[in-house]
Design a protein around this ligand. Structure first.
Ligand code: XIL
Length: 336
């Protein structure tokens, strides 16, 4: 029943990434989503390359299905994602690199997608703009960056705003959690980017922290995470955890011990993050381990003494493959 789920427990919401095919195939997943979630993020469907495989030819695939499901059940939808280096169609990359395509090409795609889903209340306008390795400014060298420079982020926000006057507009980023030089630099670049956009008057409302935790990455930088969130909040922006999950590294332990380690990693992170009132929502990157994009790496399985990894699932989501709640579920519920 609803009281046992995470839906509307506090003024913070819980949500998850999903595909309509998964929901239709698994009644237990659908039940879990309806019990726990107030918001859904398309796990894969909102992908420019898939939506506009040829210039001007649009295929919405299963995205309409997920959007209809959300509307039918009164769930919000978090649009993920409009611009992402990894999903620019080949034709657009080519046209942008040759100079044949201008901003119009990007803008007309944004116009079509954003206006098709007026019920989306939050848009990840730019996903993963940061890449600190091999760049001075920390900005990822996508074809869109190369064509328009760092200004593309602000241009995308303005274009999105024209078609979504009331939605919250986000930039969304990963690898901001741990005590190491790369994550530290990424935190600095994120703050500089957000600040620059606001100084230029761009319509940015929120920052999404993906929060793909990794049990092999050493300790969280608690002070730095807190500082980053407070700085973002100080700019008047909201903060959301947009893709929480946990990558395991030691698969040799019994499942119960692995599940405790995952839950402990989540608790440590959420204890810091959810102490900040600017953090308004938390979304996991899937409900059940079966649908996780994280698969154990061969090296990790070898290190754990497991020869063949074909059947081993990463257990970094709140439910196991049979939709049984794990300690991670309780860790989130208690932290909220
Ligand atoms: C992943 C999906 O889960 C996979 O199914 C897909 O093949 C690749 O993308 N950061 C993001 C998400 O912003 O879009 C990614 O999702 C995970 C990392």
């Amino acid at each position: 029943t609803k009281q046992h789920g995470m839906r509307m427990m506090t003024d913070r919401y819980f949500g998850t990434a999903a595909r309509i095919e998964w929901i239709n195939a698994k009644p237990a997943l659908k039940e879990a989503i309806l019990r726990d979630c107030s918001c859904l993020t398309p796990e894969i469907g909102m992908n420019w390359a898939a939506i506009e495989p040829k210039k001007g030819t649009f295929e919405f695939g299963s995205l309409d299905g997920l959007s209809a499901f959300a509307l039918q059940h009164g769930l919000d939808m978090h649009g993920h994602t409009l611009i992402w280096d990894q999903t620019i169609p080949a034709w657009a990359k080519k046209a942008l690199s040759s100079g044949e395509a201008g901003w119009e090409t990007v803008a007309s795609y944004l116009a079509v997608v954003v206006s098709r889903y007026p019920s989306v209340s939050q848009w990840n306008v730019v996903n993963e703009p940061i890449d600190t390795e091999g760049t001075d400014d920390g900005m990822r060298r996508s074809e869109i960056f190369r064509a328009f420079g760092a200004d593309y982020v602000g241009m995308a926000l303005e274009t999105a705003r024209r078609h979504a006057p009331h939605a919250k507009l986000f930039i969304n980023e990963h690898s901001l959690e741990y005590a190491n030089p790369v994550d530290a630099k990424r935190r600095t670049v994120l703050l500089r980017l957000a600040e620059g956009l606001l100084l230029e008057g761009k319509p940015l409302d929120a920052v999404g922290l993906q929060a793909h935790l990794d049990l092999g990455k050493g300790p969280l930088d608690i002070r730095a995470i807190r500082h980053m969130i407070r700085e973002v909040a100080g700019m008047g922006l909201e903060v959301f955890i947009t893709e929480l999950d946990v990558r395991e590294r030691d698969f040799s332990l019994p499942e119960a011990a692995r599940d405790m380690a995952v839950a402990d990693g989540v608790k440590r992170y959420l204890d810091v993050v959810l102490a900040e009132p600017s953090v308004k929502g938390i979304v996991t990157w899937g409900m059940s381990d079966e649908g996780s994009w994280l698969v154990p790496e061969t090296a990790d399985l070898v290190a754990s003494g497991i020869a063949s990894g074909s059947r081993v699932l990463n257990r970094g989501l709140p439910y196991d493959k049979n939709l049984q709640q794990k300690p991670m579920y309780r860790a989130i519920r208690e932290a909220m």
